[in-house]
Write a protein that binds this ligand. Structure first.
Ligand code: ADP
Ligand code: S3P
Ligand code: MG
Length: 170
């Protein structure tokens, strides 16, 4: 299949860049978190509070296993690479783009956001540890790593588009 997946830590820009890239490449856009909210009728914090993180992880895997559309852009949630099965599905069904943002920038963007339950429950130090712990999985899963520091959303989107076309031989 011919999908484009955006991966990376919370706040690295997956949703924002994914949406812009979908306009640029004229492809439908899906945000996994939004799809899960739509399917369950619950917000992400509600799912975490009522059922726990493991249940949310299961919903992510089910989404990846059951999703049928091809030729589209999918922005994932920052924890999607925690499961090897998810890594495998993504690599086997599309191109995987990792948005690599510096932690201080990530923290600035996410620390006051009430919609990210993991941030709400943790200290800055804990989130920084999580960023470090996940970094290798992002790198290993991605076909392309894009460093976002000092780049605007527009520049990142254009660079992503260029890399996608290059890898597809267009
Ligand atoms: N390169 C960037 N420059 C400026 N703002 C950015 C950049 N990348 C992301 N943002 C902003 O940071 C916030 C978090 O981005 P978002 O796309 O929701 O991240 P993610 O989906 O990876 O968690 C949004 O308000 C977004 O517009
Ligand atoms: O990193 C994580 O474990 C999570 C990231 C979130 O998505 P974003 O990466 O879009 O913030 C969302 O899936 C959930 O809050 C858990
Ligand atoms: Mg997002």
């Amino acid at each position: 299949m011919n999908r484009i997946y955006m991966i990376g830590f919370m706040g690295c820009g997956k949703s924002a860049v994914g949406r812009r890239l979908s306009f640029l490449l004229k492809l439908p856009f899906y945000d996994m978190d939004k799809e899960i909210v739509r399917q369950t009728g619950k917000t992400i914090p509600e799912i975490f509070e009522e059922h726990g993180e493991e249940y949310f992880r299961e919903l992510e895997t089910q989404f990846l296993q059951n999703f049928k559309n091809d030729h589209c852009i999918i922005s994932t949630g920052g924890g999607v690479t925690m499961r090897k099965a998810n890594q495998k599905i993504m690599r086997n069904t599309g191109l995987v783009l990792f948005l690599d943002a510096p932690f201080r920038e990530i923290w600035r963007r996410i620390h006051r956001d009430p919609n990210r339950p993991i941030v709400r429950q943790s200290t800055r130090e804990e989130i920084e540890e999580l960023h470090k712990a996940r970094y290798r999985d992002y790198k290993q899963t991605a076909h392309i790593t894009i460093r976002t520091e000092f780049r605007t959303l527009r520049q990142i989107t254009q660079y992503a588009s260029f890399q996608v076309k290059r890898l597809k031989g267009e």
